[in-house]
Write a protein that binds this ligand. Structure first.
Ligand SMILES: [Fe+2]
Length: 286
């Protein structure tokens, strides 16, 4: 059976590459520390020696919009183009072509249907920064085949936080049952408290620093009971209009299980909290 080599849950700040590759005299004050933290986080994936990446993200209204948005979707293509024009223009993100792992995509899709998750699927998915930013930070060579999974965190009505957790648990089951000697890592990105386009965007901190601290504590300790007791669509809206991306971090913890993370780090940037979590659910590399 396949080995789940690591589970990574991370925020996906689109300005990381621009902020850390600008000439030193033009960098923001936090750039050097940010780069150090990201490179340390990258090592948590590198040392797990993965062969395939299951990537979890959400389309930021690039390919899907309010009139047509799949709740959960899996990519089944042999390769995926990545980076939309506005992401190149605004964030300076390069274009990529990522290889797809069609066999695991097919096995995952069948397994999800069998477990009560009626996924949409796509053979022509184009990937946005919710997956490319984690590639840039954790696997910049982009040399591994991927299985992309997209969730709806943007276009109401949204699935419940519990549904994201259950989906993570189902993905874990399927990885454990995949008949292969490959090492699989799951890398997913989401949000802590976040405001996009609203009055609380670009403040001195994220829109709800108390939620950010609490969320990091919950994810660090694997405390799904407290998350499900406290986090609702309404509570997330109060923490910022894009805070629902936290549900993708819940999903990633669902793949790991209700266990403490093996690696936790965060960085308080001027308008958002960055956070980085890694679990080694089946093994703990030296
Ligand atoms: Fe995002």
């Amino acid at each position: 059976m396949a080995t789940l080599a690591a589970v990574l849950a991370t925020t996906h700040h689109p300005f990381y590459l621009k902020a850390t590759s600008a000439p030193p005299d033009q960098q923001i004050p936090q750039a050097a520390e940010w780069k150090r933290k990201v490179e340390a986080y990258r090592e948590t994936l590198t040392r797990a020696e993965p062969d395939i990446l299951v990537m979890v993200g959400a389309d930021h209204f690039h390919q899907f919009f309010l009139d047509n948005y799949p709740t959960f979707m899996i990519g089944k293509a042999p390769r995926y183009d990545a980076t939309f024009y506005n992401e190149e223009r605004e964030f300076g993100l390069p274009k990529y072509v990522l290889e797809g792992h069609e066999e695991l995509s097919g096995f995952m899709h069948r397994g999800l249907l069998d477990r009560g998750f009626d996924f949409s699927f796509s053979h022509e998915l184009k990937i946005d920064h919710s997956i490319i930013c984690p590639i840039i930070t954790t696997r910049p060579d982009a040399d591994l085949p991927i299985v992309p999974i997209y969730t709806n965190i943007f276009a109401p009505p949204l699935p419940s936080p519990k549904r994201f957790w259950d989906l993570g648990r189902a993905i874990r089951d399927i990885i454990d049952e995949y008949p292969s000697d490959k090492r699989i890592a799951a890398v997913g990105s989401g949000h802590l408290s976040l405001e996009l386009g609203g009055p609380r965007q670009f403040g001195q901190t994220g829109p709800d620093p108390d939620f950010d601290r609490q969320a990091i504590e919950w994810l660090s300790t694997g405390n799904i009971d407290e998350i499900l007791a406290n986090v609702t669509h309404e509570s997330m809206t109060k923490s910022g209009n894009a805070t629902h991306g936290f549900m993708d971090l819940i999903l990633m913890m669902g793949i790991a299980g209700p266990i403490a993370a093996d690696y936790v780090d965060n960085l308080d940037l001027y308008h958002t909290m960055e956070a980085y979590f890694t679990w080694y659910p089946q093994e703990r590399p030296a």
